[in-house]
Design a protein around this ligand. Structure first.
Ligand code: AKG
Ligand code: FE2
Length: 228
């Protein structure tokens, strides 16, 4: 199917690279042992990286089982398991910088990379916790680079109660850590306001059987469904 991606929407120029982590990383402690780190502007010359990934990654449209049907996964995907070459050298640089910064944190090192391309506001990911932590009581980390359109990154505790929405921008880093994949759910909701495509790169400590997410548990507010 044709994929329309507008090139160089964002106005940066130069060689893509990574900025320092260190004190630029802001930690937000959530309930139940979960935490989030945000480092705005981690990727420099992020529109060049966006363009290179949009054009160079072998994006796949996938289908998934939903009850008795198969449905289109509403985003394009690419996966790079441990040992597979990443599609851009800046992703190697980013993973090395993350592994140095998070060396003393439980759950590393980051090895695999999953990429998502949200073509427009109709593409999304439903509420889920990443499957790497599904049956394990141990803490873990998922580091996400965000490129392109700003989409709200929504989080809510599995036990109910108020959630939050982060505006993760072009070139920003978000790390979910601690118990976040067990005790919180996350989603990229559909939106009518989205201005263009977004690419996310998720670094995970172990490919394991992560296939895009663990569905949200049934709750009065949200019916259980596979992460789509
Ligand atoms: O695109 C994102 O930022 C999140 C994607 C995600 O949650 C996943 O692939 O498990
Ligand atoms: Fe996820």
């Amino acid at each position: 199917m044709p994929l329309v991606v507008q090139p160089s929407l964002f106005g940066s120029s130069g060689q893509p690279g990574v900025a320092a982590l260190g004190a630029a990383v802001e930690r937000r402690v959530l309930s139940d042992g979960a935490w989030l780190d945000v480092r705005p502007g981690f990727i420099t010359a992020a529109d060049e990286l966006f363009d290179a990934l949009a054009a160079g990654v072998p994006w796949q449209e996938e289908r998934m089982r939903m009850y008795d049907n198969t449905v289109r996964v509403p985003r394009l995907l690419a996966r790079y398991r441990q040992g597979e070459a990443l599609p851009h050298p800046v992703l190697d640089e980013a993973r090395s910088a993350l592994n140095a910064h998070y060396a003393d944190e439980v759950g590393g090192p980051f090895v695999s990379a999953g990429l998502c391309l949200y073509r427009d506001g109709n593409d999304s990911v439903a509420w889920h916790g990443d499957r790497i932590a599904r049956e394990s009581p141990t803490d873990t980390m998922v580091a996400i680079l965000s490129l392109g359109a700003v989409r709200p990154f929504a989080l809510r505790p599995t036990s109910g109660g108020p959630g939050l929405r982060l505006q993760i921008g072009h070139g920003d880093l978000l790390v979910m850590g601690g118990s976040c994949q067990r005790t919180w759910l996350h989603a990229i909701p559909k939106t009518a306001r989205c201005l263009g495509a977004r690419i996310s790169v998720q670094f995970r400590p172990d490919w394991g059987n992560h296939l895009g997410g663990r569905p949200a548990a049934p709750s009065p507010a949200v019916r259980a469904r596979p992460a789509a």
